[in-house]
Design a protein around this ligand. Structure first.
Ligand code: FES
Length: 258
């Protein structure tokens, strides 16, 4: 897919919690096709400690307003600096990067599982699946209920289930302890993004239940275009760059011991 380097205007910044905020980035020209699971590299200017672009999942896309939404977790200098940006400012973005999730056929049942900031690519995926007539269930796992964000957004596209490690809301424990793991085979496909340990546990259960499963890896990235090799992961066909061959992989492709 062709990549674009374009300036976007920040049309909205919404603080969701102490850690999370979303930016709406608008372009004058029509957006190219963007697949759910693809990502963008944003240039963060005005901070000497941040030299490289930073990768962010594409959280949602509105083709009518030419707007891309990015969900950002404050985890370091770059994301903290970016959180100070005001509406009306310009951000330069390289997009759409990587390979996205594959969409299943109309009438099938999809289970989307996000852990922590791993929910980021799942909103646009839920939108696309819903538009295609796929039945969507979303399971979101967090440490505690204060970390839950935008549940109502996901509810627009289907049922949303929650787990919290401390039991403050939803089912208590990790996502894999949710009761729906007792009957995984009712789903045609599982899509997941989050910490690798969570995705490996999900992959193991999906494999045992014979359910097709795609994961989006969150390896560290720098260039985002396959040049620096800092993002490689081991697959059944040797090492592959997550930024160009992923970030989405089918679990059968990865050299995971599941
Ligand atoms: Fe540079 Fe993947 S981020 S090769």
């Amino acid at each position: 897919m062709k990549k674009y380097i374009q300036d976007f205007t920040v049309t909205r910044k919404l603080t969701l919690s102490k850690e999370y905020y979303v930016l709406d980035l608008k372009q004058d020209k029509p957006l190219p096709e963007i697949l759910p699971g693809q990502f963008a590299e944003l240039a963060i200017r005005g901070n000497e400690s941040v030299f490289l672009r930073r990768p962010f999942s594409i959280h949602d896309v509105n083709y009518e307003t030419n707007t891309i939404r990015i969900l950002i977790q404050i985890v370091g200098n770059g994301t903290r600096h970016l959180s100070g940006i005001e509406t009306g400012r310009t951000l330069n973005m390289v997009y759409p990067l990587g390979k996205g999730y594959s969409i299943i056929e109309t009438g099938k049942k999809a289970l989307l599982i996000g852990g922590g900031c791993g929910v980021a690519p799942l909103l646009y995926l839920a939108r696309q699946l819903n538009q295609k007539g796929v039945n969507v269930t979303t399971l979101i796992g967090v440490r505690t209920r204060d970390l839950l964000i935008e549940i109502e957004q996901y509810q627009k596209f289907g049922e949303v289930l929650i787990t919290t490690e401390d039991g403050s809301t939803g089912a208590k424990g990790f996502v894999t302890s949710h009761p729906l793991f007792g009957n995984l085979s009712r789903f045609d496909k599982i899509y997941t993004c989050g910490p690798e340990v969570m995705m490996k546990a999900i992959a193991k259960r999906a494999d045992a239940a014979g359910v097709n499963c795609e994961v989006s890896l969150e390896n560290s990235m720098a260039c985002g275009i396959g040049a620096c090799l800092c993002c490689v992961t081991e697959t059944e066909e040797g090492n592959k760059c997550v930024c160009t061959e992923g970030p989405v992989f089918n679990i059968k492709e990865l050299a995971w011991q599941i």
